[in-house]
Structure formats: C-alpha cells, structure tokens
Design a protein around this ligand. Structure first.
Ligand SMILES: Cc1ncc(COP(=O)(O)O)c(C=O)c1O
Length: 395
C-alpha cells in the first residue's frame, strides 16, 4: 500500500505521543481539556431533550449551520468587537475544522506559512497535510516577535500567518495591543492572510480584554476562529469561522464537500441553551474556577522551582509555560524523570515544525482536579530538582 505523502506528514505530527500507555497513578498536566465538573450538564440535558422534540433536528440542514445559532453567535461576537452578522459566521466542527478549512482553501504545497514558535500542535497536524513551507517566528511574553516576522515577510512570499493572540496555546501569552495593530499593518503591507485562532479569548482571569485582530481588519484579510470547546463543552464539536464573504464561501464549499454540515441536533440544542440560560454567568463561573486553579498551580510550582527554570505568569487561558535551562531536552526529561514520577507535561519538541525547540513544556491547570494540582506540582518540581542535581554532579 502506498499512502499519499500527507499521511506521513500528519502521522509524524507528534499527536500520538500525547496518548501513551495508561498510568493509574498519573497526574497529567498534559491534555488541554476543560474541567469536566464545569460542564453545565443539567442545562444542556434540558436543551437537548427539547431539541429532539423538533423533527427538523434530525434532518439535513444548512451547510453553513443553523441560522438561529449563527445569529446568536454573531450577536455575541459583536459585543467582543467583531462586527459580524449571521451571514458572516460559518459554523464548523470545532476550531480544528476551521484551521483545516483555512489551510485547505489557501495553501498549495510549498506556500509560505508563518507560525508562532512554539504553536498549537493540532494546527501543525492540520497544516502538515497541505505541505506548506513553514517559517517560525519566536514567541515573546507580549506575542510573536514582529521584528523577526518582518524579516521573513521582506525576504519570502508568505500566504498566511497563523496566530493565537489570546492566551496562546502553548505559552499562555497575550499579544499586546501595539503588536495587534502592527501585525495588521504588516499583513496589509505584504498582502498576507491572518488566521486568528481564539478559543481561549473569553477566559481572562485578570485585567482587561484586548480587541481581537479581526476588530482591526479593514481589508478582509483576517479569518477569525472561535469555539465552544473550552467555554461550553468540546464534545459539541462546535466552532465558527468569521471571514470576508469570498473566503467564507470557499470554506463553506470545501466543508460541504468534506463532511456536508455539522449536526443540526447540536445546533438546535446549543441555540436553546443560549436562549434559556445566562451564558455570561456561566463564563464568570469558569473564570472563577480556572483563575483559582491557575493561582494554585502557579504558586505551587514557582515556590519549588529549581534555579534556571522559568514559569510564565498568564492572565487567562488553560496553560502555563515552563522554560528549562538551555540544553535541557524536555522530551528526554519527561521520559526519564517525569513519567517515573507519575506526572506529565507536553514537551516543546513537537510544538514547532522544525522540532528545534527542546527546553520548553506546556502545563495545563484547567484539566486536573483541584486536589491533584499541589501533589502533581510537587512531583514535577522534585523531578526537575533531581535532574538539576544529577546534571550538576556530571558537570
Ligand atoms: C489554539 C487551539 N485551536 C484550536 C483548538 C481545537 O479546538 P476545537 O475543539 O474547537 O476543535 C484547540 C484545542 O485545544 C486549541 O488549543
């Protein structure tokens, strides 16, 4: 059997490395899952029960998604600085499908694609299938390094820039307002599409929200992706794309050819949920829960962190970023020290297309039960300290 070349590029993305043999004692800081205790299960149960009373919920529908739900999402996005109407919203199977559709409609093999380094592993997995020419822009605490980006734009033809400006996966960084404006100016100057992936935007635990890149887009070159996965429930597989009509029509045609449409039943249930519940109050509960978990984990780790290690201090999202001293390979450290200590993180190696970034790791505070955060942090810092001591002895 001879597979198409995209099979190898996709299978080598490193996604499978996240799913290793089960360890009953494991405290995982790896998977970017929401806290399962925070799903509004009773309210969703009611909405689904009611949705099944309508026979249309079982029929084929609109490949763009249920108009009623597109309207609700557009109204909600308007409050967030995106001047969208229902026609500007294409409902997708999570933001992941939005990433895939953007790549599918814009990237021919060899086309220039800029990604943040490090970036979201699932985006790389989606992009790999379209065989782009990657360019990596290092991340800073206030978003990607725009000096490095400008150098790339001056010397290479770039089709698209993929960015997660709010509570980036994996670093937790937020792009500053100045950088947001400057990035739009660069995209205008060099005629580049920006793919803005924003699933964590609404999970800010401190400080003021910044407008999305899409807010500053005057030329229809920002494709904005959102998702209910982190703020309602990932199993709904409900995301959205907001983009200029030409882009959205192309994306809708491609999605129609691929999976026809998303579930009408889910769309009806979520529309009912939004109509009958206080979604803003639900979001406030999430912010309280995750804000407290972030504080707990940040304190537990930073209090015991060995010299030479750095921990980020995010204001929202799901992730903390750990930077080990230069020369430390977090993949090896995970296998040799963290796995035996029954704690796991996501090492940085697979979070850049070149696999060159080795001394970082992503830790999530969202998924682990609160009671596991301190013991898991203690296991982690003890394993890091043991490694540092062993290295000092070898030196
Ligand atoms: C930055 C980013 N984009 C997209 C996704 C995919 O989310 P969804 O469940 O909406 O497909 C994730 C999930 O972890 C993510 O972190």
């Amino acid at each position: 059997m001879k597979f198409a070349s995209r099979v190898a590029t996709t299978m080598q993305s490193g996604l499978d490395e996240l799913f290793t043999a089960p360890d009953p004692e494991l405290i995982s800081f790896a998977g970017g899952y929401p806290d399962a205790t925070m799903f509004p299960q009773a309210a969703l149960q009611g909405a689904f029960a009611q949705a099944t009373e309508e026979s249309a919920a079982f029929q084929y529908g609109d490949s763009w998604g249920l108009p009623r739900l597109r309207r609700h999402i557009a109204q909600w996005l308007q409050k967030d600085g995106i001047p969208a109407t229902a026609q500007d919203v294409l409902l997708t199977q999570g933001a992941q499908q939005g990433i895939d559709l953007a790549a599918k409609m814009l990237l021919n093999p060899g086309d220039g694609l800029v990604v943040e380094a490090p970036t979201y592993l699932g985006a790389l997995a989606a992009f790999n299938a379209y065989e782009p020419q990657y360019y990596e822009v290092p991340m800073a605490a206030d978003g990607m390094d725009l000096g490095a980006l400008q150098k790339i734009l001056m010397t290479h033809k770039i089709k698209m820039i993929y960015t997660v400006p709010d509570f980036q996966n994996p670093t937790g960084a937020v792009m500053s307002l100045a950088k947001r404006k400057a990035l739009i100016a660069l995209a205008n100057q060099y005629d580049v599409i920006i793919l803005e992936d924003g699933p964590y935007r609404w999970l800010r635990y401190q400080g003021e929200s910044l407008p999305p890149l899409k807010h500053f887009d005057t030329q229809g070159r920002v494709i904005f992706l959102g998702s209910m996965s982190k703020i309602l429930a990932p199993s709904l597989r409900l995301g959205w794309m907001v983009a200029a009509p030409k882009l959205l029509e192309a994306a809708a045609a491609l999605r129609g050819a691929s999976d026809v449409e998303s579930s009408q039943l889910v769309h009806r249930a979520v529309a009912l949920y939004l109509e009958q519940n206080d979604f803003d109050a639900h979001l406030d509960q999430l912010r309280q829960c995750y804000g407290a978990k972030l504080k707990l984990m940040h304190h537990a780790i930073s209090a015991q962190l060995p010299a030479g290690y750095q921990l980020s201090q995010p204001a929202g999202g799901f992730f903390l970023w750990l930077t080990a001293p230069a020369g430390v390979d977090m993949t090896a450290l995970q296998a040799q020290r963290l796995a035996p200590a029954h704690v796991s993180v996501v090492p940085s190696k697979n979070l850049t297309p070149s696999h060159q970034l080795l001394n970082g790791a992503r830790l999530t505070f969202a998924a682990p039960p609160t009671a596991k955060i301190e013991p898991g942090s203690a296991r982690l810092t003890a394993a890091l300290a043991a490694t540092a001591t062993a290295q000092a002895h070898r030196a």
